[in-house]
Design a protein around this ligand. Structure first.
Ligand SMILES: CC(C)(COP(=O)(O)OP(=O)(O)OC[C@H]1O[C@@H](n2cnc3c(N)ncnc32)[C@H](O)[C@@H]1OP(=O)(O)O)[C@@H](O)C(=O)NCCC(=O)NCCS
Length: 181
């Protein structure tokens, strides 16, 4: 996976939705990044969490600081991260080279529609930077919340495949106005 390459980053202004702000990461987000990556709940379908001590040691001063990585903020506090990347190393040929969406939210923020609200806004922004490009997303089929979110966002199935000892779902969201196959 690569970042978004030579785009203007971050957007000139943080992206604001009804309830959230999407912005580049800052040093003050570090404890929340550690919490996010040490959480067994968050990593149930992502290969398991990393040890907190290792994260404390290795996490950069300002984690997630690169083109395509948005911190999602609610009432001034980070609640999650969105990752927009170029899938240069994806194992599936149908995904290779395409824009890829990933999301991680703290469990206490689940069940309020925040992930959906943030992803919609990020995808809208992405369309302004890369018009006419599809976006892909990979998630385990057992990850029901993530599957529901993908569907809500307009992703449709390209294929299912086995990886990391689980069934994976590869979905695609076509640019606005293009019909699904
Ligand atoms: C995947 C993940 C982001 C989904 O979070 P989520 O909060 O369930 O997703 P949404 O923002 O779409 O919220 C949907 C829920 O909020 C509820 N909701 C409450 N108020 C709402 C509102 N105002 N608007 C919309 N939905 C609302 C919905 O009814 C829905 O509940 P349900 O799942 O019980 O039906 C979250 O589970 C997560 O971070 N998981 C760990 C990381 C991960 O697995 N990532 C996937 C790999 S890329």
């Amino acid at each position: 996976m690569e970042d978004l390459g030579r785009i203007a980053w971050p957007p000139p202004e943080p992206i604001r939705t009804e309830r959230l702000v999407l912005r580049e990461s800052e040093a003050r987000d570090r404890p929340t990044f550690i919490e996010l990556h040490a959480s067994p709940e968050v990593h149930t379908y992502l290969g398991g969490p990393r040890p907190r001590a290792e994260l404390e040691r290795e996490m950069p001063g300002t984690p997630g600081h690169r083109p395509g990585s948005f911190v999602v903020e609610l009432d001034g506090e980070m609640i999650g991260q969105l990752l927009l990347r170029r899938a240069t190393t994806h194992s599936r040929p149908a995904a290779k080279g395409k824009l890829d969406l990933g999301y991680l939210f703290l469990p206490r923020s689940w069940g309020h529609g925040y992930a959906a609200e943030a992803c919609e806004a990020a995808l809208d922004w992405l369309t302004t930077v890369f018009p006419d490009e599809p976006v892909i997303l990979t998630t385990q089929t057992a990850n029901k919340s993530s599957m529901r979110l993908a569907e809500k966002l307009g992703f449709t199935e390209l294929e299912r495949f086995e990886a990391w000892e689980a069934e994976q779902w590869l979905g695609e969201r076509l640019p606005q106005g293009r019909k699904s196959r």
